[in-house]
Design a protein around this ligand. Sequence first.
Ligand code: SF4
Ligand code: ZN
Length: 298
Amino acid sequence: MICGEQPVIRLREPDRHLCAAHLIAEVEERAARTIRERELIKPHDRIAVAFSGGKDSTALLVILSRLLPSWEDVSLVAITVDEGIAGYRDDTIRAAEELTRKTGTEHVCVSFKDLVGADLDTLLVGRETQACSVCGILRRKALSVAAHNAGAIKIATGHNLDDEAQSVLMNTLRGDLPRLVRTSDADSSDCFIPRIKPLADISEKEIAAYLFVQDLFPFLPECPYTRYALRLEVRSMLSAMEQKHPGTMRNLIKSKRAIEKQVGRRVMSEPLRRCRQCGDPCSGELCQVCMLRASLGK
Ligand code: SF4
Ligand code: ZN
């Protein structure tokens, strides 16, 4: 315990109990340190915040809007992507609108329907098991287009420490070395606009507690396609490991950074190609979105 207040959370490494005020201060300071040390945000940047209305992006928007006054001429625009998932997105979009109003952040909504002419539910008929990969490809593209149209030069996402560790394990399980050495680098980008992850050093548990103690936790329905996600299995496996062996997630990320240092540049130095359909950067003839469009007949 740091002060005499009632503790709300126990954190490891180092082992300590924090009250609500100290937890809020620590989470915000750690995000600020990540931004500072990795030089994620510079004066005059216009940042698009990928804002789904879920807990991670809610914490991200709250933290960035609080840090904003200390930055020189930095502006934020929150972007919400409506995938078109019945019974799920409507509530989260309402929650997103409410928070952007509260924080006074400019807010833009874009939909898969605008992007490819159909919502996710329609695109997935008969291929539900591919939900998350189709959704991920289209969401990345929708975000890039919306961020570009809003004049943003970086996209901030709410990826936390658990997400980073899960991605390392998932990419390892898939044998995907290029993605393994690319995804956790804060400045990496698989599109025109670089992505930054200011919450990469904060755990899911800390983010949840940070929002709870401020009455900001969004209680929202779960995406109906979650059950098809490999991430779900990896998430419960890693949480169990972390519980039993504290530090597991950080160690996974550490291993990934070591691999990245050794081979990252070599893997990433393959010349960038342009999609012959839309001109976006890609590794083959067509980018993932155009391949998807072709397979969907869109
Ligand atoms: Fe998209 Fe899968 Fe997330 Fe649902 S669980 S929003 S389908 S990535
Ligand atoms: Zn393309």
